[in-house]
Design a protein around this ligand. Structure first.
Ligand code: SAM
Length: 292
């Protein structure tokens, strides 16, 4: 029944929870973080994003050296700013629902620009604090004509699967300003894996000493608003929603998007580690020689 009337389920609006959660998250210094057991996981996620972003920039740029315009949807505190700098993009629009994070992202960008070598041309940027699952981003652009080569949505999209309207608005923001042939790239939890582990558990949660995922019920999974809590050593504990990928893929067709690649992290890792360049980046990042 839920499959045929997914939007009828009444759920509370969690946007404000998400914003206040990320707004109040403390900046953890590297020394403290490196002691944490999640240190390697964060580095792995960072490595994965670096490789993904690096490869998509190559594809977007093609053989020439044309300028690349990027939208970082759910940019957070700007964890990917250095990746965009390394990729030599021309312009970046950063958007996030948590205004404190957007301010920190802007400060990081300005510091980066100030400290850069005079010869290096750092990309221009715009910072927008907005609920991208409710507001139309294109109306907030400084340049109303701006079109993007890439939209990057890293560890964000699952927050929007609270309702069909929100998921659609997020998708619209990601895709409506993409140039023809532009890319939407992202990372999001694997709903199949979450449900598989929940079903295998004899309670409503599963995890280990590092993380815990808890659901409110099991056995039936609505297409939207299927909420769970993700807790990572107390660092992240905010409601998230299962993203049923075939539905997401179908919804994206509305914005003329075609699925090019979908991989689990383990598959991505195995494939990319075959390349020396990605292997050595992984080694360096784990040893903390490189911060990306
Ligand atoms: N993309 C960044 C990264 O990879 O470091 C941050 C990822 S963090 C796990 C998730 C981010 O999504 C948070 O900064 C949060 O504020 C943002 N977010 C969640 N819901 C959002 C929404 N409706 N609109 C814009 N940003 C949202």
């Amino acid at each position: 029944e839920e499959e045929t009337s997914p939007t009828k389920k009444l759920v509370a609006d969690h946007s404000e929870n998400v914003a206040s959660h990320y707004n109040t998250l403390q900046e953890v210094g590297l020394a403290a973080r490196s002691q944490s057991r999640i240190f390697y996981m964060r580095n792995f996620n960072n490595w994965l994003k670096s490789v993904l972003i690096g490869e998509i920039l190559e594809q977007a740029r093609g053989t020439g050296s044309r300028p690349v315009y990027v939208l970082d949807l759910g940019c957070g505190k700007g964890g990917d700013l250095l990746k965009w700098r390394r990729g030599g993009i021309s312009h970046l629009v950063c958007a996030d629902i948590a205004e404190v994070s957007v301010e920190q992202c802007q400060t990081r960008y300005e510091d980066m620009k100030r400290k850069s070598h005079a010869k290096e041309k750092i990309f221009s940027a715009q910072f927008i604090a907005a609920d991208c699952s409710k507001e139309v981003l294109s109306e907030k652009l400084d340049d109303p004509e701006l079109m993007f080569d890439i939209c990057s949505c890293q560890f964000v999209y699952h927050y929007s699967f609270e309702s069909e309207q929100k998921a659609d608005m997020m998708l619209r923001n990601a895709c409506e300003r993409l140039k023809p042939g532009g890319f939407f790239i992202g990372t999001t939890p694997d709903a199949y894996e979450l449900v598989k582990r929940l079903e295998a558990s004899d309670s409503l949660c599963f995890g280990n000493e590092v993380f815990k995922v808890s659901f409110q019920s099991k056995g039936s999974y609505p297409l939207f608003g299927c909420q769970y809590h993700f807790n990572l050593e107390g660092v992240v504990d905010v409601p998230e929603f299962l993203v049923y990928f075939p539905l997401f893929e179908h919804m994206a067709k509305r914005y003329n998007m075609r699925l090019v690649l979908k991989q689990r992290f383990s598959e991505f890792f195995e494939e990319k580690m075959k390349k020396e360049q990605h292997r050595s980046l992984m080694m360096k990042m784990m040893a903390l020689e490189v911060k990306l």
